[in-house]
Design a binder for this molecule. Structure first.
Ligand SMILES: [Zn+2]
Length: 249
C-alpha cells in the first residue's frame, strides 16, 4: 500500500455483496484499508483476481467456523493457497445454538490453520469467537506462538476477564457498530487499550439504517469510539490508522 488510507475496515465480506468489483471500487474511492475476509478456500482466487490492482484492499484466506463441517475437505487447498497471502480469515469457533454440534470439527480445522500459520510465520489472522472466547485463546496459546503471527479478534463478545486475557496475549480487536449499540459491547470496548482497536463493518452482516452496511462504512463506529473515549472524532480516526499501521508493518 503506497498511500496512507483514510480509514480502516478490517473485516468485511466484500464477496458477499451483490457485486464484488463494485464493493472493491467503493473501498478504493473511500481510501479504506480493507481486509476482505473469505469463508471458504475456494472463494479466495476470485477475490485475489479482482483485488489485484487495488491499492487499499487486501484479501484474507478463510474457512469460516459455520462451514467447517461441510468444507473441512478444503484444508488441503487452504494449505496450498496460504503462501499467496499474509492475511487469514475468517477463521475461528462458534458455539451458538446452530453450530455447537460441529465443535469437534471446528476445533480440528481451527487448530490445523493455526499450526499452518505458525509454520509459515508473519500472518495476520481475523478470528471469530462467538461463545468460545476462552477456547479460542486456549487454541491460539497452544498452536500459534506469539512471535509467529498476529491475531485480531473480530466482533469480540467474551467476558471482561477474557478480554484482558486477550490483551495480555497481544491480540487486537476489530470493532463494529452493532457491538457498540449494546451496553455490554460498549463496556468491553471501553476496557480495551486504545492502541489495540481497529474498526470493521462485518458487512454485509451488519445493518445500518435498515440496510446492509456499505463496505468501508466505519464512520458511525469511529464516532461511537470517540465518544466512548471522550476524544475528538478526528483524533480517534488518526489513532485507528496508527493502530492499523502498527499491526501491518
Ligand atoms: Zn464475518
Amino acid at each position: 500500500m503506497t498511500r496512507k488510507p483514510d480509514q480502516v475496515d478490517f473485516h468485511c465480506h466484500l464477496d458477499l455483496y451483490p457485486d464484488l468489483a463494485t464493493a472493491i471500487a467503493i473501498c478504493e474511492s473511500s481510501r479504506t484499508a480493507t481486509l476482505a475476509v473469505t469463508t471458504t478456500p475456494k472463494a479466495f482466487r476470485r477475490n485475489i483476481q479482482l483485488a489485484r490492482s487495488s491499492e487499499f484492499v487486501r484479501v484474507a484466506l478463510g474457512l469460516h467456523p459455520h462451514l467447517a463441517e461441510d468444507r473441512q475437505g478444503e484444508l488441503l487447498l487452504f494449505e496450498a493457497l496460504l503462501p499467496e497471502t499474509r492475511y487469514v480469515g475468517e477463521i475461528g469457533l462458534d458455539a451458538g445454538p446452530r453450530y455447537y454440534r460441529s465443535m469437534p470439527t471446528q476445533e480440528m480445522v481451527f487448530r490445523k490453520i493455526l499450526s499452518m500459520c505458525a509454520t509459515s510465520g508473519g500472518k495476520i489472522l481475523s478470528v471469530h469467537s462467538v461463545r468460545t472466547a476462552g477456547r479460542v485463546l486456549d487454541h491460539i496459546d497452544e498452536c500459534l506462538p506469539r512471535d509467529r503471527g498476529k491475531v485480531v479478534l473480530h466482533w469480540f463478545s467474551g467476558s471482561a476477564a477474557e478480554a484482558s486475557r486477550a490483551v495480555q496475549a497481544g491480540c487486537y480487536f476489530s470493532v463494529n457498530q452493532a457491538m457498540l449499540e449494546k451496553p455490554r459491547g460498549r463496556e468491553i470496548v471501553a476496557q480495551l487499550p486504545l492502541d489495540r482497536i481497529l474498526t470493521e463493518t462485518d458487512g454485509p452482516f451488519v445493518d445500518i439504517d435498515g440496510g446492509p452496511v456499505t463496505p468501508g462504512g466505519v464512520l458511525p463506529t469511529i464516532k461511537s469510539l470517540a465518544a466512548l473515549s471522550e476524544l475528538a472524532t478526528a483524533d480517534m480516526a488518526n489513532q485507528l490508522i496508527r493502530n492499523w499501521i502498527k499491526l501491518v508493518s
